[in-house]
Ligand binder design. Structure first.
Ligand code: SF4
Length: 321
């Protein structure tokens, strides 16, 4: 990242609650402060169900926040009228987790990739649309002769490439990738990750990458934010986080990466036990205290605030206070 990073998207005290069919409130995202800087790839990691995808969707206004604000290029987009938001929407695009479910099986590749081009009237006439679709297929490595094929005629990796072509069609500034390789075979994952890296460079993209596989995240990210139960507990530049994790939950996640050498294991991992609490009944104090081997009375009563411990490393844990 540059010495003077420019914020592209900033979330301030962002919350997202859902109501269940039993009228219970699920606190999916709680009090998130986060900045994504221009040109970087910020990864959001955490166990499934921790609120990563909900946070990503709330950031780009696919979901309305319960409270809090999101700023894009300095503008508060939270309550912006839809008409005013539309030109901003095209700058934020998403690649979905499931390349099988995210493509309409009744549409040809041409029509799938052409959809955003038509919505925003960026091409004049059919021939121009087709030429642009061909260009996008070339960018993501799908042969042009497959223009009129349907999604079921492609492998998972190729379908994800088509999803990526659709996402970059409008030349976005921010690409949100929601676990884009977790539904793919391991052998194909690296090809798609390399494609995302190549596109980021070529198109000067900023990216929010959601993942739970820390090896994948290490490959793709510049900075990493760790989420637990709807909150961010630690954020740091990638190497700093992987080499000097501070929050007990981050240490637990990193130690869960298979290690060939058992001496490299962090002893704290074996001390972490129990189930993740329900986002319906959030624990008091630190949301990790029911699983944390270092929990004190303070942890059980007072939520730790995010603290800057230097070099862009932020941690929310009473042990650092
Ligand atoms: Fe553990 Fe307390 Fe830190 Fe929470 S604040 S992670 S409970 S030591």
């Amino acid at each position: 990242m540059s010495d003077n990073p420019v914020p592209l998207l900033t979330a301030k005290d962002l919350y997202k609650d859902f109501l269940t069919s039993k009228k219970q409130v699920v606190h999916a995202v709680s009090g998130i402060d986060l900045t994504i800087y221009e040109g970087e790839t910020l990864a959001l990691v955490g166990e499934s169900g921790c609120g990563k995808s909900t946070l990503a969707r709330t950031l780009i206004r696919m979901l309305a926040p319960t409270r809090g604000h999101v700023f894009f290029e300095g503008e508060d987009i939270t309550g912006m009228p839809e008409k005013e938001f539309k030109p901003i929407r095209r700058k934020m695009q998403m690649v979905f987790q499931d390349p099988y479910a995210s493509l309409d099986p009744r549409m040809t590749v041409r029509d799938i990739i052409a959809e955003p081009l038509k919505t925003y009237h960026v091409c004049r006439g059919k021939a121009e649309v087709t030429a642009k679709v061909r260009e996008l297929m070339g960018k993501v490595g799908v042969p042009e002769e497959f223009l009129y094929r349907y999604p079921h005629q492609f492998s998972g990796g190729q379908r994800q490439r088509i999803g990526i072509a659709r996402a970059i069609a409008l030349d976005p500034k921010l690409l949100v990738c929601d676990e884009p390789v977790s539904a793919l075979d391991v052998s194909v994952q690296s090809q798609v990750l390399n494609l995302l890296k190549k596109l980021k460079k070529e198109m000067n993209l900023t990216s929010l990458f959601i993942g739970h596989d820390l090896s994948v995240v290490h490959f793709i990210a510049d900075r990493v934010s760790v989420m637990f139960l709807g909150r961010i507990c630690e954020t740091a530049p990638k190497e700093e986080l992987y080499q000097h994790p501070v929050h007990p939950y981050t240490r637990f996640l990193l130690d869960a990466i298979p290690q060939a050498d058992p001496h490299l294991r962090d002893e704290s991992r074996s001390l972490i036990s129990g189930e993740t609490p329900s986002p319906v009944n959030m624990p008091s104090g630190c949301c990790f205290h029911t699983r944390c081997p270092f929990a004190s009375d303070l942890c059980r009563t007072k939520a730790p605030q995010m603290k800057d411990i230097g070099d862009g490393h932020m941690v929310a844990c009473h042990l650092t206070m």
